[in-house]
Design a protein around this ligand. Structure first.
Ligand code: ZN
Length: 194
């Protein structure tokens, strides 16, 4: 049985080897991050190649993952890595550590829980702080159709850019679409993987 290994965090040597051999999967979260041009897959690979593990995270549902800090040139990059237990490295999310969350690329700023409130205040993916903002363009898919919703109130992770919307806001978006209250159309660039 390999059960005993399941709670072990992946080792940096294993992560490097898997990244070098392209034996990895990335989450959709990272694809979205590519789209905003925050980081490239090449930079993620470079960061892992010279990276080290700075934190180990244990999550009841997601198991153990390792937060790797590495550099793409001068740019510090954090990459959250997990072992899927079937031979693949899973790259869960990535971000450039920012000054709102990190004193430096290795040390977090202690917030002492003072932001705790009734609103969502911590990013599910990266643990970053959530700020309430108005998102200018929010992509929303319903039954295969893409809609762009303007000026939606959302929680924005200041670290990785993940957006969270309330149940109330999501219901409102749905009803705006159902009522076809469109204010215009926009062209979108379509990419095909071939
Ligand atoms: Zn985040």
């Amino acid at each position: 049985m390999i059960m005993a290994l399941e709670n072990d965090a992946p080792k940096i040597e294993w992560i490097r080897e898997k990244a070098k051999a392209s034996d990895y999967h990335i989450s959709e979260h990272i694809v979205r991050y590519f789209m905003v041009k925050k980081v490239t897959i090449r930079e993620i690979e470079d960061a892992i190649a010279n990276g080290r593990i700075i934190e180990t995270h244990r999550h009841p549902a997601r198991g153990v993952s390792a937060l790797v800090l590495g550099y793409a040139g001068e740019k510090p990059i954090h990459v959250m890595c997990a072992d899927d237990q079937h031979g693949w490295l899973l790259i869960l999310f990535t971000y450039v550590p920012g000054s709102k969350m990190w004193k430096d690329p290795v040390n977090r700023i202690e917030h002492g829980g003072k932001r705790m409130g009734e609103k969502l205040n911590k990013c599910f993916f990266c643990g970053g702080m959530i700020e309430q903002v108005q998102v200018g363009n929010f992509d929303y898919r319903l039954e295969g159709q893409l809609y762009v919703v303007k000026d939606i109130p959302a929680g924005l992770c200041v670290q990785c850019g993940e957006k969270y919307i309330t149940a109330k806001a999501s219901k409102k978006i749905n009803s705006l679409i159902e009522d076809e209250r469109f204010v215009g159309t926009e062209d979108v660039f379509v990419l095909k993987y071939e």
